[in-house]
Design a protein around this ligand. Structure first.
Ligand code: ADP
Ligand code: 5GP
Length: 201
């Protein structure tokens, strides 16, 4: 038997601070088939973030230009900044059979869910709103006002969870990583992404 695989678009979404970035780093470390889609953003880089690796950091003017050039799969206003998934990060890699991971907010994910026929959509929930607040505070990358905005937005975002194919709670990190790996492994064998050629005899 010979096998063929198609690239999978993996949409990982959920409230800010729920642990998406942490989970994706762990998944990518252990699965070489996963590639990260580096988004464009108008947000300022945080200490330790690298242009072209974490994000493509762009000016508002450049962001508008990219919209006009139809360079985005989706783009959204998130917590006061602009973020967008670049077509150049997605389609060629899917065509090469790579599994492309999007770390995007809920509005963007709902757009991708509506526009892309084939995708695997996962909503990551925090164990509680209290834990979410603690994670955002503990990360120490946002001002207290920005944390309040993110927590306020989380309330609406959580109401959208059933629009995704999968829900996972990121309580214990290792357990959540295992759940995500299970979803990905199952999808790798779904007939959407996997074809086994049966020889004539
Ligand atoms: P997001 O990408 O969803 O905004 P991050 O991955 O930056 O979230 O995680 C937010 C904070 O929560 C980070 O400080 C991270 O180390 C921490 N964190 C992530 N997952 C867990 C977990 N399962 N338990 C405790 N803390 C976590
Ligand atoms: P942060 O500023 O913490 O890196 O990201 C804030 C939020 O923006 C997160 O929920 C993240 O998933 C989301 N985000 C990152 N890139 C994109 C993108 O390209 N499109 C959309 N819609 N959201 C994004």
């Amino acid at each position: 038997m010979s096998e063929q695989r198609k690239g999978m678009l993996l949409v990982i979404s959920g409230p800010s601070g729920t642990g998406k970035g942490t989970l994706i780093k762990r998944l990518m470390k252990e699965d070489a088939s996963l590639v990260f889609s580096v988004s464009a953003t108008t947000r300022a880089p945080r200490p330790g973030e690298t242009d072209g690796v974490d994000y493509h950091f762009v000016t508002m003017e450049r962001f508008e230009e990219l919209i006009a050039q139809e360079a985005f799969v989706e783009h959204a206003h998130v917590h006061g900044n602009r973020y967008g998934t670049l077509r150049s990060e997605v389609y060629e890699r899917l065509a090469r059979g790579e599994n492309v991971v999007l770390d995007i907010d809920v509005q963007g994910a709902l757009n991708v869910i509506a526009s892309e026929k084939e995708k695997v959509s996962i909503f990551v929930l925090p164990p509680s709103l209290k834990a979410l607040r603690e994670r955002l505070t503990g990360r120490g990358t946002e001002t207290p006002e920005a944390i309040e905005t993110r927590l306020h937005n989380a309330i609406w975002e959580l109401t959208q969870k059933d629009k995704y194919q999968y829900n996972v709670i990121n309580d214990d990190l290792d357990t959540c990583v295992k759940a995500l790996q299970g979803i990905i492994e199952a999808q790798k064998h779904s007939t959407t992404y996997y074809t086994v050629e049966v020889p004539e005899e």
